[in-house]
Write a protein that binds this ligand. Structure first.
Ligand code: CIR
Length: 252
């Protein structure tokens, strides 16, 4: 299990905002929070690989958006926001160094990794923000070669599909209802009591990496037999980030 991460740069506070009002971001605190997040990955057995920083790109720390991994395939995204497109080059170089031959989303397609939720062989792709139909079709063609089924789902209330929903290890889709366009597209949906409670990174086994500001959701997962591990990520949440977007997980 490898996780790619990218440390926050000096321009972090200028990151893009779509649904939130701008608030001051404490870059020093963000660096501490990022280090804490990375340490949790390490402690849970992930080999952490740092992609060289992109200090000109305010949003580069949100590395999940630059790529999709599925089985042995990696697909470099074409971010919907033009300012984020320079982020992908160094990610592709790092992946090539790890032995991958990255495929690419091509214009006019756009796709952000944060819009892609994998649940077994089903891959949900959020449509409505940064990802368009052409990008979704290209991803479907790539992942179809590995037997994946891509399901396009609406995503208009939050930045990315994974800002609205993620999945528990048993495949249950979890989401904060106000952020989800249509819960009925998911076979098994469980509402979370807090917005950030909808965001989990599967660390392995029963362990769920979560933000530390959603205690009721953590209690709900505990009651289901899972083990939440919480981290403070408030500086990144101010920029519409969540726990998923701070790493790229390669599970092969
Ligand atoms: C952006 O607007 O692109 C960044 N400020 C936040 C990206 C968060 N990414 C994610 O949730 N996958």
């Amino acid at each position: 299990m490898k996780a790619l991460v990218r440390r926050p740069g000096p321009r972090l506070a200028d990151g893009l905002l779509t649904h939130l009002e701008r608030q001051p971001v404490d870059v020093a605190r963000a660096e501490q929070q990022w280090a804490g997040y990375v340490e949790v990955l390490r402690v849970h057995g992930w080999e952490v690989i740092e992609v060289p920083p992109a200090n000109d790109c305010a949003d580069a720390v949100f590395i999940e958006d630059t790529m999709v991994a599925f089985d042995d395939l990696v697909v470099i995204s074409l971010p919907g926001a033009p300012s984020r497109r320079p982020e992908t080059a160094a990610v592709a170089v790092t992946l090539a160094g790890l032995g991958y031959e990255p495929l690419r989303i091509q214009a006019p397609g756009t796709l952000d990794g944060g819009d892609v939720l994998k649940v077994g062989r089903t891959v949900y792709v959020g449509l409505g923000g940064r990802t368009n139909a052409a990008g979704t079709a290209q991803l479907a063609a790539h992942l179809g070669t590995r037997g994946a089924t891509v399901v396009s789902v609406p995503c208009t209330k939050v930045l990315h599909l994974k800002s609205a929903v993620t999945a528990l290890p048993d495949g249950t889709i979890i989401g904060w209802p106000d952020a989800v366009d249509d819960p009925s597209v998911f076979p098994k949906f469980l509402a979370t009591p807090e917005e950030s409670g909808a965001h989990v990174v599967l660390l392995g086994g029963d362990q769920l990496l979560m933000a530390d500001d959603c205690p009721e959701s953590a209690a709900m997962f505990r009651a289901l037999g899972y083990h939440p591990v919480d981290v403070p990520i408030g500086e990144f949440q101010k920029l519409e980030g969540c726990v998923t977007c701070l790493s790229l997980r390669l599970r092969d």
